[in-house]
Write a protein that binds this ligand. Structure first.
Ligand code: SF4
Length: 235
């Protein structure tokens, strides 16, 4: 049985250039203070399980215009049967995109090797050279940064499409951080700077923080372009 807690029938914003459905899996091993999916992270049992049969019937009825399924969370790679879920959607003839925080390189490697994912979006929470800042941004006292590095390496060295993305939060991230992250992901990668949304944040203190202006993020993107060819601001 698949543990699915949320389903968006149609999205134009979760995979550039694709029309997708989005499924949300519960639980996360991070506690990013700026997370805006806090209910699915902290209180997933408050949501009813959504039946895969209902999702399938929507996907099959709308097969003509849905390109693929985005699997997000929470952190999907915590679920041991994630490969089965990906396989399930692939069998329906759909593309699969995975959103991950990069903490499970073994699962990531397996999914790619078995051709169960077509696109991966990996969050990078802070410069991997700054363990203290990574811990603060992920909301953890301890975190195995080596696993994050491994996931970055896997995505840098695979043929499937991928992107790295960082939610840029005033007070947590500076232009210097963006430059450091850019250096670690490599010139050929795709790097998305996501604007922070101060709504329903996991740590209430973050709800009052004013996001960066678009122009400030564009300036950060310009600085990152010295190290990564494809940098975009989103949100
Ligand atoms: S933002 Fe952080 S806490 Fe929220 S789902 Fe993503 S990794 Fe988990």
């Amino acid at each position: 049985m698949f543990n699915i807690k949320g389903f968006i029938k149609t999205s134009l914003v979760d995979w550039d250039g694709k029309i997708t459905s989005v499924v949300f899996l519960p639980h996360c091993n991070f506690r990013c203070p700026f997370c805006h999916n806090k209910d699915i992270v902290l209180n997933p049992n408050e949501f009813e399980n959504i039946s895969i049969e209902g999702i399938d019937s929507f996907l099959l009825e709308n097969r003509d215009f849905i390109d693929g399924v985005v699997i997000t969370g929470g952190e999907p790679t915590l679920h041991e049967n994630l490969p089965d879920l990906c396989r399930h959607f692939k069998k329906l003839g759909l593309l699969v995109k995975l959103d991950t925080n990069g903490s499970n390189p073994e699962m990531l490697r397996y999914l790619i090797k078995q051709k169960l994912v077509d696109y991966v979006a990996m969050d990078i929470k802070a410069p991997i050279s700054d363990a203290k800042k990574y811990h603060i941004s992920a909301g953890l006292d301890n975190l195995d940064i080596e696993k994050i590095k491994k996931s970055i390496d896997i995505l840098k060295n695979t043929n499937i499409e991928s992107e790295f993305r960082t939610t840029i939060v005033p007070g947590l991230h500076t232009v210097e951080d963006v430059i450091e992250i850019s250096k670690s992901i490599g010139k050929e990668s795709r790097f998305i700077l996501q604007n922070f949304s101060p709504k329903n944040t996991l740590d209430d203190k973050f709800t009052g923080i004013k996001p960066y202006q678009r122009e400030e993020l564009e300036k950060m993107a310009m600085a990152a372009k010295k190290y990564v060819d494809n940098v975009k601001v989103r949100g």
